[in-house]
Design a protein around this ligand. Structure first.
Ligand code: LLP
Length: 419
């Protein structure tokens, strides 16, 4: 459930009419709803009520906006970070270092140093090589790094290939049959405390079965590691729960996810970590855009909007569906190709889409843009970065300024020898 709905024929975010935001902030603009973020955070946590000892660490990559992180920090969430940039954001939002998990397949030495200095809660190491390097760095700093080893369980998440992470030939984690040997090797290093295992098999999962299959494998591994004398106190189950992008699409309910986790892990005797991203933020945001003009096409008209693939990359990258609707629907509909202004055919949000009738100057939204939206923006075609707004009841604030193409150009220079 989200808080974007028509009131008196005009789409509102909570109690704010979207045309007001368009007038004051301009378009395109990402609009997030605080009440929706809080609701999703609460429902996800309630789904896990039967799991006694846990940390829910929001996957910052899904939406790293500081105000969004602050909303989640106030809900008691920690942060799953994959770069020092994300870690700094989590800390700036007031998330305690102990509640920060550092994931990622290519952490650099300087990032490991920065995360050790910050005193983060757990490093999810993705290889023996990374563990050895972390041990050396921590030893030099006189610190002990709390770690889990990310396992690649070789489970097909059944999602888009580009966001599948748990198949044997994906770059993430280590094969499950090498875990024992890596634990054996790193156990000898006093500067790392390898205390658990981690898994994340992919994103936008429509079914719980692949997650359960991966968790069952992890449970077996925990047993065998303990059998070999290792102390296992933490297991990180990653993220991945899918969200509905289409009206009526069925995705796993947090309560069902929580019940499955509680059932599978009940005898593990560990503290569990979760890294949800999309399920918290996806439907808590829309991309508000204005129709530039409608152009006749061979089969369907082209609705050219002022948002483009640089602002919302998912359709171009993954062929992803984002529901598109008018802010002030007339009740009429049309079949249209919805495209942005960028000079490549990839800048297409939808072909032959049945949608509200629109003409030049009308406002419309792309739904489910709160996760992997603004965060994946680029400045392609020198278009600058979109502004972001957070709504709270009948008020709103700009939580990220629009960065215009001129400011980006200001960071560039022509060397003397070319002038
Ligand atoms: N933990 C790890 C280690 C991850 O790699 C990810 C996402 C998550 C947690 C959060 O997964 P979620 O709960 O959001 O599914 N840009 C793509 C999604 C990439 C996801 C990458 N990893 C998209 O727009 O669909």
């Amino acid at each position: 459930m989200d808080h974007f709905a028509l009131k008196d024929g005009v789409m509102h975010a909570e109690d704010v009419p979207l045309p007001r935001i368009a007038d004051e902030v301009g378009t395109p603009v990402y609009v997030y709803s605080r009440a929706t973020l809080e609701r999703h955070a609460r429902v996800f946590a309630e789904g896990l009520a039967a799991v006694p000892d846990k940390l829910i660490a929001f996957a910052v990559k899904a939406n790293p906006n500081l105000a969004v992180l602050k909303v989640l920090q106030r809900q008691g969430y920690g942060a799953d970070c994959v770069s020092v940039g994300e870690m700094r954001r989590a800390l700036a939002a007031g998330i305690a270092p102990e509640k920060i998990v550092f994931s990622g397949v290519g952490k650099t030495a300087s990032e490991l140093v920065a995360a050790l200095e910050a005193g983060i809660g757990q490093f999810n190491i993705e290889s023996e090589e990374e563990g050895v390097e972390l041990a050396e760095i921590a030893a030099e700093m006189g610190l002990t790094a709390q770690c889990a080893l990310r396992i690649n369980p070789d489970v097909d998440a059944g999602t888009h290939d580009k966001i599948s992470t748990g198949k044997a030939d994906n770059k993430f984690g280590v094969p499950i049959d090498q875990a024992g040997q890596i634990f054996g090797k790193l156990a000898a290093a006093p500067s790392v405390n390898l205390r658990g295992v981690a898994v994340h098999i992919g994103s936008q999962l429509a079914e719980l079965a692949p997650l359960e299959a991966a968790f069952l494998k992890l449970g077996e591994l925990v047993k065998s590691l303990r059998g070999a004398g290792h102390t296992i106190t933490h297991v990180d189950l990653g993220g991945g729960v899918g969200v509905p992008y289409r009206k009526g699409e069925i995705t796993p309910a947090p309560a069902d996810y929580g019940a499955m986790v509680a059932r599978v892990t009940k005898d593990w005797g560990v503290s569990l970590i979760f890294e949800p991203g999309r399920v918290i933020a996806g439907n808590a945001g829309v991309l508000l855009t204005r129709v530039v003009r409608v152009k006749r096409g061979l089969n369907n008209p082209f609705v050219i909007v002022d948002a483009a693939m640089n602002d919302l990359a998912r359709p171009a990258l993954y062929g992803a569906y984002h529901h598109f609707e008018a802010v002030q629907p007339s009740g009429e509909s049309m079949t249209a190709n919805i495209v942005g202004p960028i000079c490549e055919t990839g800048d297409t949000f939808a072909m032959g889409r049945e949608c509200d009738a629109l003409s030049g100057g009308d406002l419309a939204v792309f739904r489910t843009a709160g996760a992997y939206g603004a965060t994946m923006a680029s400045s392609y075609n020198s278009r600058g970065f979109v502004a972001e707004v957070l709504v709270d009841g009948d008020r709103f604030a700009v939580v990220a300024d629009r960065i215009d193409a001129g400011s980006i150009m200001d960071a560039e220079r022509v060397p003397d020898w070319l002038a």
